[in-house]
Design a protein around this ligand. Structure first.
Ligand SMILES: Cc1cc2nc3c(=O)[nH]c(=O)nc-3n(C[C@H](O)[C@H](O)[C@H](O)COP(=O)(O)OP(=O)(O)OC[C@H]3O[C@@H](n4cnc5c(N)ncnc54)[C@H](O)[C@@H]3O)c2cc1C
Length: 325
């Protein structure tokens, strides 16, 4: 059941920031994650501030340098169906189209997708876990089949968003506005590991709002791709996923950014894979080395060891499909 809270519809960004400065206020964009968290008692709110009327935060447009600006209130459906994004930043369109269900993609925004709360069933359930201010991670010795194999430290969540790994691979940045003005944060530095702060998922302060996502222009020869494996064919979060942005010179991989989903508490950059594929042709030997490298420093828990062969196979499949394309 929802507990009582005040509800405010901000007419401008300034008003939203002002309203958020009161204690225990929460941002409401599409509400698909926020309302579930409030209803299930994952956290409380004294005030909910809707940002949905802020027009400047919607839409997809080119930037002066040939890059892309996506307002944080743009829906996942709009991102998934944008011809421009499909053609030039394909991994992002694929990530958005793989997230949730059609109904949720029509309502859910890309800003909300980046800031959604983790899906650990202990965190979402009636367990006073570390992330909720308790002193135990119940997943560590419990039902941890959907938890992380990299970056776990006290808490073993996996980051839930399908667009975030694509945005990290594509070297995107977000604009954040708060009481002190605005700042630009590279997506790669937007998320926080449990070892840094176990109660935060992002670098945002409570009164800060993500207003837009900015992508650099795609370089010639760059191909990007997102592939996600889930337990069933209808909507589900990633058991394992990989986002790639690779620049080719002929058959040689000149530059690569490889980011895993379903693997770690943050979108997890696999420097191990990047290292073994950069400067090499994407042939059978490189692909074999990449599928070994992707799990090199993995630390599976008691029930999620299946993610090791899953990530190996996924890496092999994705790189093989790019080799043949
Ligand atoms: C059944 C189900 C299945 C799902 N499956 C997937 C999936 O497979 N892959 C996937 O990626 N996602 C999945 N999701 C998550 C879904 O994509 C998100 O709920 C949605 O994108 C959130 O967008 P929203 O606009 O509704 O955010 P809201 O629910 O309004 O907000 C989500 C959170 O972000 C904060 N927030 C929102 N906008 C901003 C902003 N601009 N700046 C700062 N903070 C902000 C809110 O305060 C809140 O904490 C699923 C959700 C459900 C309910």
């Amino acid at each position: 059941m929802l507990s009582n809270f005040a509800y405010v519809r901000a007419g401008s960004l300034e008003e939203a920031v002002d309203q958020l400065s009161s204690n225990n206020a929460r941002i409401h964009a599409g509400g698909t994650d926020l309302l579930g968290c409030l209803r299930d008692g994952v956290f409380t709110a004294d005030k909910v501030v809707s940002i949905s009327r802020i027009k400047d935060m919607r839409g997809i447009s080119r930037t002066g340098d040939g890059g892309l600006r996506i307002g944080a209130l743009t829906t996942l459906s709009e991102v998934a169906h944008s011809r421009l994004i499909m053609d030039r930043w394909a991994a992002l369109a694929q990530g958005a189209s793989e997230a949730a269900s059609p109904q949720l993609r029509n309502q859910g925004t890309i800003g909300g997708n980046l800031c959604q709360k983790p899906r650990c069933w202990y965190y979402r359930g009636e367990f006073h876990c570390l992330r909720k201010g308790g002193d135990t991670c119940f997943a560590y010795k419990g039902e941890n089949q959907f938890h992380c194999i990299f970056g776990g430290d006290m808490c073993f969540i996996v980051h839930p968003s399908d667009t975030a790994p694509a945005l990290v691979a594509l070297d995107a940045r977000v604009r954040v506005v708060g009481p002190g003005g605005n700042r630009i944060v590279p997506m790669e530095q937007f998320y926080v590991l449990p070892g840094e702060d176990v109660q935060k998922e992002t670098v945002l302060d409570p009164e800060e709002i993500v207003t837009e996502i900015v992508l650099p222009p795609p370089n010639t020869g760059v191909r990007s791709y997102y592939r996600k494996v889930r337990a069933r064919r209808s909507w589900d979060f990633a058991l394992a996923g990989v986002a790639l942005a690779m620049r080719f010179n002929g058959r040689i991989v000149e530059k690569a950014r490889v980011v895993l989903s379903g693997a770690a508490p943050i979108p997890w950059r696999s420097k191990e894979v990047e290292e073994v594929i950069t400067g090499r042709p994407l042939d059978a030997e490189t692909i074999k080395r990449a599928s070994d490298a992707v799990v090199k420093n993995a630390e599976p828990l008691e029930h999620n060891g299946y993610k090791i062969p899953l990530f190996r196979g996924l890496m092999e499949e994705v790189l093989s499909s790019l080799e043949k394309a």
